[in-house]
Design a protein around this ligand. Structure first.
Ligand code: SER
Length: 339
């Protein structure tokens, strides 16, 4: 008898860390963690199995599914937006082909189990593409279906995978003579820029916020790669984890769509600097915009409308901008670097 399990890809990433801790605390029995690198010892002990390898390695994926009955997939592995611009084709391979192969795992597992497999997929504000700063300023809360014209490979990849997930759940083999049973229960949330106290993102373009805060906590100067007036939405990691777990737990009948915006607070880079200096008075932050990365952040909305997530599955962030710094980031980061 294969035991039911939850598979987490990209387990070493910043969402993976928090998610594995929470799943473990919630009593999820068999957590299977997959990452390109050996699983971080801080979370490895919470997992039933850890796998070092690529989501594109078919043999590895086959081995995993031959040992367990996969009930949930949290597919977090991705090349983020800055990194993807240097190797767009590899980004497509990982971000799109990797996602397709995991959707196929969900499909075959769901068929075998005669019960849909939940597929949780983090998408991003990077799927939006606003043409200029005037429109960005005028579009105060962007709805899910507006301005979906990303400029980055990562944004294109995420937007397409949102559609792929919807296809596998709702329209798979729609011309087949037999009615296809629903075998994939795809649920997706579009994260804003994420900020964690104990991990730094790698290769993202919203990284200026976490980098600024982590540099200050270590007493290091930071040159911010976007202008002071640059604004995008943000969320701290505990809320990001709550959001994905909440979306995973809700009854499918409550969902009116498969892809939801979520956000907590919007701040300019200058306002983040002000908060950083308030909490770490010696911090040195300068602004030295990198025009190309700036253009990417300028194409992302200043705020998104997450009212559908709020009404369909009671999404509500615990932290606003003030409490995110005072109650989570500053104490947790200070503890982290004091170790
Ligand atoms: N934070 C991501 C990035 O910057 C966007 O989802 O690439």
């Amino acid at each position: 008898m294969r035991e039911p399990a939850a598979l987490i890809t990209g387990a070493n990433g910043e969402v993976g860390h928090g998610l594995i801790r929470s799943l473990s605390a919630n009593g999820t029995r068999n957590i299977l963690a997959l990452d390109l690198q050996p699983i971080d010892p801080r979370i490895a002990g919470l997992c039933r199995e850890t796998y070092e390898g690529s989501i594109l390695d078919k043999h590895l994926i086959e081995r995993i599914v031959s040992e367990y009955k996969i009930r949930e997939i949290y597919h977090l592995a991705a090349l983020l937006s800055t990194r993807a611009e240097f190797t767009p084709e590899s980004a497509h391979e990982v971000n799109v082909e990797g996602t397709l192969s995991l959707l196929k795992v969900a499909l075959s597992q769901g068929t075998w189990q005669a019960e849909p497999v939940k597929f949780l997929f983090p998408s991003s504000i990077a799927i939006f593409g606003l043409p200029d700063l005037g429109i960005k300023a005028a579009e105060t809360k962007v709805k899910e279906w507006r301005w979906t014209k990303p400029t980055t490979m990562y944004g294109c990849n995420k937007l397409y995978c949102e559609q792929l997930g919807r296809y596998y759940s709702d329209h798979y083999r729609q011309l087949s003579d037999e009615k296809e049973p629903v075998t994939v229960d795809f649920r997706c949330l579009r994260y804003p820029g994420l900020i964690s106290a104990d991990t730094l993102p790698q290769g993202g373009t919203s990284d200026f916020a976490p980098e600024m805060i982590h540099a200050a906590a270590q007493g290091k100067p930071y040159a911010c790669f976007v202008r002071e007036d640059t604004v995008i939405p943000f969320m701290v990691m505990p809320d990001a984890i709550d959001a994905i777990l909440k979306l995973a737990a809700v009854e499918e009948s409550q969902l009116t769509r498969r892809v939801y915006n979520v956000t907590s607070f919007s701040l300019t880079a200058g306002a983040i600097r002000d908060r950083v200096i308030r909490h770490f008075p010696g911090a040195v932050v300068t602004f030295e915009p990198d025009l190309k990365r700036q253009a990417i952040v300028d194409s992302w909305p200043g705020d998104v409308d997450d009212s559908l997530a709020r009404s369909d599955w009671d999404w509500e962030p615990k932290y606003d901008a003030d409490s995110a710094f005072a109650d989570y980031l500053v104490p947790a980061i200070s503890r982290y670097y004091a170790k």
